[in-house]
Write a protein that binds this ligand. Structure first.
Ligand SMILES: Cc1cc2nc3c(=O)[nH]c(=O)nc-3n(C[C@H](O)[C@H](O)[C@H](O)COP(=O)(O)OP(=O)(O)OC[C@H]3O[C@@H](n4cnc5c(N)ncnc54)[C@H](O)[C@@H]3O)c2cc1C
Length: 409
C-alpha cells in the first residue's frame, strides 16, 4: 500500500503541486461552490468584488479606526445597482435571491458595516415601502432610494424594548386626520443621515409603520459613539416629540408586528450570505499568513496544529456557504419560513465568528491590528450576532418550530 503522500490526486482537484511547493490561492476554495451560480450571479459577484477592491478595501481600516463611513458611498452603491436589487420596478434591479445574497456576501467580505448600509437601505427601508406603501409613497421614495440619492433607516428597537418589540413605547395617536408621533428609537443604522425614517409605533389599531422625513418639527437624531463593532457604520437614536404627520404618512398595507418582522426576514437573509463573506475573508487571510509566516525555521502552515485549524475553518466555511446557497434557492422557489431564516442567520453568523476568532490566533499578534482584516471582522460579527434577532431569539424560533412550544416568556 502506498503512503498517503504518494496517493494520486482525486476528484476534481488540480494535480498536486510538487513536494514542498505551495498551491495557488484559488485552490483554497476547496468545493468551488460558486460553480453552482448562474452567469448573471457570477457577474454580480465580480462586479461587487471589483467595486470593493477599488473603493472600499484601500480605506476600510481607516474608516473603522476613525468610526466613519462616507455618506457619498450611497450614490455609488446606487450606481452599482445593489440598493433594493431584489425588488422589482421603481428603478430596482429585480434580481433573484441568490444574486442579492452574493452581493451581500461580497460587500461583507469587505466589511459588515458596508453590507449593513446596503441591507438597511434595501431590505429594511425600501422593502416596507415597496410591499406595504401606497402608490404615491412608492413613486416618491423608491426611485431616489434605489439610486442612493435618498437614504432610509428602520426604527423598531427602543432603549427598553429590543428582543421584545411588542412592548414598544413609541406611540402614534390620531389628531383629526393627522397623527402625532412620540417616542425614542435606539441603535438605528444610518439614522442621522437618513432622509426618510420608517418608524414602527403602537397605535389604537396595533403596530403601524410611518414614513417620517428628516427635518420634521420635533424629530431629532443623535449618534451613538464608542462602539467597538461596526465602527464603519452610523448608529443613531431617533427622538420623536409630538411629531405631526399627515394621514398619508402611514404605510397603508400592514397593521401589526408582522410588518416589521417581514422586513427583518428580508434583511436576515442578506446577513446569512454576508456572514459567509466575512468568514471567507478571514479564512483567506489566515491561509495566506500561514503560508508565509515562518517560526522555528518553517512556515507556520506546515505545523499540524495550524493545518488542523485551517481544515476546520475550511469545513465550517463550506457548510455555511452551502446553507446560504440552499436557502437562496429555496427563497427563489417561494417565501422562506421564519424558522428557516433563523436557522441560516444563527448558523452562518456563529460559524463566521468561530472562523474569525480561529483566524485571529493564526495571525498571532498581527491578529489584533487593523493592518489585517481579521480583528475588524471578528468585532463586527459580534454586533451582527446581536442585531436582527440575537442568537438566543433565533434559537427560540427554531426551538418553537421543532417542538411546537413557544419559550419566549
Ligand atoms: C450596530 C447595531 C445596529 C443596529 N441597527 C438597528 C436598526 O437599524 N434598526 C433597529 O430597529 N434596530 C437596530 N439594532 C438593534 C438590534 O436589533 C437589537 O440590539 C437587538 O434586537 C437586541 O436587542 P437589545 O440590544 O435590546 O438586547 P435585549 O433584547 O435586551 O437582549 C439582551 C440579552 O437577553 C437575551 N434575551 C432577550 N429575551 C430573551 C428570551 N426570551 N430568552 C432568552 N434570552 C433572551 C438576548 O438574546 C440577549 O442575549 C442595531 C443594533 C446594533 C448593535
Amino acid at each position: 500500500m502506498s503512503s498517503p503522500a504518494a496517493d494520486p490526486p482525486v476528484g476534481n482537484h488540480p494535480a498536486s503541486p510538487p513536494s514542498g511547493a505551495v498551491r495557488k490561492p484559488a485552490d483554497i476554495d476547496l468545493l468551488r461552490i460558486d460553480d453552482q451560480l448562474t452567469s448573471d450571479e457570477r457577474l454580480v459577484r465580480d462586479t461587487v468584488r471589483d467595486f470593493t477592491a477599488d473603493r472600499i478595501q484601500p480605506h476600510i481600516a481607516d474608516w473603522f479606526e476613525t468610526g466613519t463611513i462616507p455618506g457619498d458611498l450611497m450614490p455609488e452603491l446606487g450606481k452599482l445597482g445593489v440598493l433594493g436589487m431584489h425588488l422589482t420596478g421603481y428603478g430596482c434591479a429585480g434580481m433573484g435571491a441568490v444574486a442579492y445574497g452574493v452581493a451581500c456576501r461580497e460587500l461583507e467580505a469587505a466589511d459588515s458595516g458596508l453590507r449593513s448600509m446596503v441591507s438597511v437601505q434595501g431590505s429594511l427601508a425600501m422593502f416596507p415601502i415597496w410591499k406595504y406603501g401606497s402608490g404615491e409613497q412608492k413613486t416618491q421614495w423608491l426611485p431616489p432610494m434605489a439610486a442612493g440619492e435618498a437614504v432610509g433607516c428602520f426604527g423598531l428597537t427602543e432603549p427598553d424594548h429590543g428582543s421584545d418589540p411588542a412592548g414598544m413605547s413609541t406611540r402614534a395617536r390620531r389628531d383629526g386626520s393627522d397623527w402625532l408621533l412620540s417616542g425614542t428609537k435606539m441603535w438605528i443604522t444610518n439614522g442621522s443621515i437618513a432622509d426618510i425614517a420608517v418608524v414602527w409605533a403602537s397605535t389604537d389599531e396595533g403596530v403601524r409603520g410611518f414614513l417620517v422625513p428628516r427635518g420634521e418639527p420635533g424629530f431629532t437624531t443623535s449618534d451613538i459613539h464608542k462602539k467597538l463593532a461596526l465602527r464603519a457604520s452610523i448608529t443613531s437614536e431617533l427622538h420623536f416629540d409630538e411629531v405631526r404627520l399627515p394621514a398619508d404618512a402611514v404605510l397603508p398595507g400592514v397593521t401589526g408586528l408582522k410588518g416589521p418582522l417581514s422586513c427583518l426576514g428580508e434583511a436576515r437573509f442578506g446577513i446569512i450570505w454576508g456572514a459567509t463573506g466575512a468568514a471567507r475573508a478571514c479564512y483567506e487571510c489566515a491561509v495566506e499568513y500561514a503560508r508565509t509566516r515562518e517560526q522555528f525555521g518553517r512556515p507556520i502552515g506546515g505545523f499540524q496544529l495550524t493545518q488542523s485549524k485551517l481544515a476546520w475553518m475550511a469545513s465550517d466555511l463550506v457548510r455555511a456557504q452551502l446553507l446560504a446557497l440552499h436557502l437562496g434557492r429555496l427563497k427563489e422557489a417561494g417565501p422562506l419560513r421564519p424558522d428557516q431564516v433563523s436557522l441560516g442567520k444563527m448558523t452562518c453568523v456563529r460559524t463566521a465568528i468561530d472562523i474569525a476568532r480561529q483566524a485571529r490566533t493564526i495571525l498571532g499578534a498581527n491578529g489584533i491590528t487593523l493592518e489585517y482584516p481579521v480583528i475588524r471582522h471578528a468585532n463586527n460579527l459580534e454586533a451582527v450576532l446581536t442585531y436582527e434577532g440575537t442568537q438566543e431569539i433565533h434559537e427560540l424560533t427554531i426551538g418553537e418550530a421543532i417542538t411546537g412550544l413557544a419559550a419566549y416568556r
